[in-house]
Design a protein around this ligand. Sequence first.
Ligand SMILES: [Zn+2]
Length: 438
Amino acid sequence: MIIMVVINANFNTFPEIPILGYVFSGFGDEYEYTIDNIFRKKNPPPCPKCDNKMVHNGFNLHTKKGMGGIKIGKYQCKSCGKNLEEDPSVWEELKTLFINLLGEFYQMLRLNHVAYNAISKLMQFIFPQSKSTIFREFNRAMENAEIPPLENILIVHYDEQFPKKGRTQKYRLTILDAKTKRPVADELFDKKDPETIKRFLSANLDTSKPLYIVTDFYSSYPSVLKEVFGDNLIHQYCLFHLNKLIVKDFPRYTSIAQELLKYKLLNIFYNREKEIEMLRKLELEEIEMNQDEEAYKSWIKIAKKAFYKYLHELELARRRNKENLELNSLEKAEENFNELMDQINSFDEEIKKRLKMINKHWMNLTAFQYFEGAPATNNAVENYYSTSLKTHRKKQFRTEKGIIYQMKLASMKRAGMFDGVKPTLFDLFGLFRPFAIH
Ligand SMILES: [Zn+2]
């Protein structure tokens, strides 16, 4: 038989017995819930001061606004006059269950960028709460949230974002675990000088173990990382970022010949053979069209339009098949690169510089080839940024805390803290039903 509180039901409380049984399930049968709805010990305890037996002496009413209340029994010692109240933790726990679930509800709304004002309006339908109460409860829930730690960190992304607090520039430094896509560290700073980055990295990563890290091409990274990790460092530069630099090396309005060269450079690390094939055909036409300047002007427009349309089709096909742009093997990359290096003297200065740069950092551009599952780009962290502080939102937050909490929410989501089956708010409203104050 389950030992539980003796519930002295009357006509009104009778239907609520299952709920009361659940609420009081942590208490033994030395407790009672009286016909007058008082929660207390059946036999008053001995006086903590003089050890004489105490007597029942009324109650204190504990309430939760909008939800109801409970009468917690009081005892008195007839010998020495000592007053004692029964432990009200049963009520506190019930309130905590409710408040925590409400807090989680606010977190979910904030994670999806719902404004406090809008949350307050939504709550009018559920459990009316002012905007300031919601703000306070959300902040409390954020302070209390503890994110479970990550294990076996080896492959990480590092990137920076520059959100604004009002007009003040802030610097968000992020280390993202490549495997779980969860942040190892995600913090806000007033500056991002080498010293700040060094402190951030050494505080959050084990510098005595091998580390594979992906970054963009910011010029101070190699020396900063080398200093922190020494020989344990495997540094991959983001290939997606390299692609962007290559595209910028060319003018906005390119000839087909220039476009072909651009794709040959992009083809070093990614398979762009299809694009190159089309551009080669167009280039042959271009050579002929170049005889007539006027005719060329209208021809190039049509040719470029056809090429962009083809690019778009290739991209749509990849998206349909849920594929990324295919990375070339190490051998293929070397072959494509060497072919360009053989002709380096025929290229413009910008392109010469780019090829020399690729040559110099070859190891940092191909490190991913040597490690199973190692990423070649920082797309994962870019994607993480876009889900936590969206670019149009990162412009301004009223408070620094607002930015930090938004970062923490994204991390909690990646940790799976919002997954799983939870009680509904209505389940919890049900638990309060027997305690309604009429
Ligand atoms: Zn006493």
